[in-house]
Design a protein around this ligand. Structure first.
Ligand code: NDP
Ligand code: MG
Length: 395
């Protein structure tokens, strides 16, 4: 690729967004921030605009947009401020844009990621909820738009790195037998069921190996994150559910593995720092420095593996079940989980009630085929209502 690439960073004020801008700042000869977006936190967005001087800054809220506009004007900056969900799609699909980092959290990230795919961009996909909710429709948009899809999730980025480039001809065709998806096991890997019932949001937000936004931190603690990643791997790599094995690996040094029919297992290793997968996706098929230090194997000394315990962590089994059911089941799982995580963070739901709420919602929503986007949006909306209803009747 020649020339400087224009990058839109959706969710630039989040953990992935900040890491992305860190890598971009290391390579001003290769990348420039074209548009930066946030939900409502304009303070960090203003700082980013000052440093990167993007063409556009997008926030959801109109009042926040006006405040940001005035602040930028006072600083003499030319960044134009847009607001609302349609503006997210606009900056994802703008003709000047080469690559889009899709790093909004949750279902809100779906439509802008789809817009980038339809417009044929290089889509750097961190927002796994897009694939969980509407994997079939999203992969179709990637094909129809001629987009290049590069996974950011560290496990999927690792798998992408150790798969042959022709993997989309079918895993059997390239001699792959299984995908081994590693998981740290989260902060409560060894907790007893009683201890799990008493977990506080503060404890759950404290991940042993990774620094992440609040939603994915809770998902990592319940193992729902790994469940969402199983569904993500299914769509990204065309793996059947039976071909995906979750392996608990507490050190988070091996980011995932691919097993081949000849008995070879290829792994990607590195320090747990999202700048590695981000740099890989930004520069693919080349390699650039990311700011991540070399792996010190002597310091790590050992690598452990164990099987996941779906009795203590039922979210993983619920995700496999939703994948088997297909249609809108994964979208319902995702929506119920978002409601459950928000309720847990607000102190309205116990940690071990998160899977109960998800399961109850999956039992109550009627599932349909996910043929068009409105099927997915309707499933998402009714799952949220039913999950909230379940919460209200328990209170
Ligand atoms: P954060 O919570 O740190 O950041 C979320 C970003 O999305 C912020 O910029 C936030 O803006 C913005 N945002 C939140 N809600 C909305 C909304 N309704 N509309 C538009 N923008 C919104 O999340 P992470 O960076 O941790 O995660 C982002 C995505 O990447 C998630 O899908 C996650 O699963 C995935 N991911 C993250 C990893 C990590 O290490 N963090 C690893 C692998 C995947 P504001 O700041 O204004 O709230
Ligand atoms: Mg991950």
């Amino acid at each position: 690729m020649t020339g400087i690439q224009n990058i839109t960073v959706l969710g630039s004020t989040g953990t992935i967004g900040v890491h992305t801008l860190d890598v971009i700042a290391r390579h001003p000869d290769r990348f420039r921030a074209f548009a930066l977006t946030a939900n409502a936190r304009i303070e960090p967005l203003l700082d980013q605009c000052r440093q990167f001087q993007p063409n556009y800054a997008v926030v959801l809220d109109a009042d926040a947009a006006e405040v940001l506009r005035q602040q930028l004007r006072a600083l003499g900056l030319l960044t134009e401020v847009l607001c609302g969900p349609a503006a997210l799609e606009q900056v994802a699909a703008a003709p000047e844009v080469d690559a889009v980092m899709a790093a909004i959290v949750g279902a809100a990230g779906l439509k802008p990621a789809l817009a980038a795919a339809r417009a044929g961009k290089r889509v750097l996909l961190a927002n796994k909820e897009t694939l969980v909710m509407s994997g079939g429709l999203f992969m179709e948009a990637v094909r129809a738009g001629g987009a290049t899809l590069l996974p950011i999730d560290s496990e999927h980025n690792a798998i992408f790195q150790v798969l042959p480039t022709r993997f989309n001809q079918g895993l059997a065709h390239v001699g792959v037998s299984r995908i081994l998806l590693t998981a740290s096991g989260g902060p409560f890997r060894q907790a007893t069921p009683d201890a799990l019932a008493a977990v506080t949001p503060q404890q759950a937000l404290n991940h042993p190996n990774w620094v992440m936004g609040p939603k994915i931190s809770i998902d990592s603690a319940t193992l729902m994150n790994k469940g969402l990643e199983v569904i993500e791997a299914y769509w990204l790599f065309g793996a059947s559910p039976d071909q995906i094995e979750v392996v608990i690996h507490p050190q988070s040094v091996i980011h995932s593995m691919v097993e081949y029919v000849d008995g070879s297992v290829l792994a990607q290793l590195g320090n747990p720092d999202m700048r590695t997968p981000i740099a890989y996706a930004l520069s693919y098929p080349e390699r650039i420095s990311s700011g991540v230090g070399p792996l010190d194997l002597f310091k790590i000394a050992r690598l452990d593996f164990e099987a996941p315990d779906t009795t203590r962590f039922p979210c993983l089994a619920l995700a496999f079940d939703a994948l088997h059911r297909g249609g809108t089941a994964p979208a319902v799982l995702n929506a119920a989980n978002e409601v459950a995580v928000a309720a847990f963070l607000q102190g309205k739901l116990r940690f071990n009630d998160i899977p109960r709420m998800v399961e109850a919602t999956l039992e109550r929503v009627s599932l349909v085929e996910a043929t068009v986007l409105s099927d997915v949006i309707e499933a998402d909306e009714s799952a949220r209502m039913i999950a909230l209803d379940w919460l209200a009747t328990r209170a």
